[in-house]
Design a protein around this ligand. Sequence first.
Ligand code: DGL
Length: 273
Amino acid sequence: MPVDRNSPIGVFDSGIGGLTVVREIMRNLPSESIVYFGDTARVPYGSKSAETITRYSEQICRFLIGKQVKAVVVACNTASAFALEAVQKEFSIPIIGVIRAGAEVAASSTRNGRIGIIGTEGTIGSGIHASFLKKLDPKIEVIGKACPLFVPLAEEGWTHDPVTEEVARRYLAELKSQNIDTLILGCTHYPLLRSTIRKVMGEGVQLVNPAYETALELKQLLKERNLECEADPQAEPEYRFYVSDLADKFRHFANTILPYDVPLTKKINIERY
Ligand code: DGL
């Protein structure tokens, strides 16, 4: 079936983290409609195996493709690390992740060649950022640190909280002693804790949030494939939100993160896909 250029973009994450990417898609591709799925019943992804995350990602892509999306953004570093290649092979529509964009920005902005990367245990354990960065410049030194408590703190809404700051100080102490000048926020939940991470790391370290570059990569991809929306520019895009659990809690968060009032979030049974 030919893909319709006025179809929506599918975006997914384990929970609210992918909304940091949706926010940039809304800003930079304002005519595109979006179908978002947050896997709130199965969050966190960061402590699960590659096999499990691949199965989840395949189910979600099937669900989104059933909603006639024309492309998918895997707005989750863990799923991008573990499952992007598998879903790109399995499905015929274009699918992009969030890792390449972050690595490219970090490589072009570091001055001393020392880049820190924080993410989930899965993402850091996969070493995927380091392999992208080394391909871009073999001289770059990459220092990774898993920060597993950041995801539940963000999901709990404790984005500006002394507990979060204490946790950040403990996790980031090691990175602070490594003379890095650039730090990739390698989990889409982490931009929600940006001000705390900034406070702990200090002004001298550049924080890279790959969301903006991911939106630009998506824009370029749609252009190359002749998939940009042709709808009347005055027409409002349609945004739809689905989750696997706790729809109201998700909707409340989405309204604090997005420049758009989320009227409805629907709970679906993702295990059916
Ligand atoms: N936001 C996701 C990521 O970028 C997943 C976090 C989690 O569920 O552990 O890795």
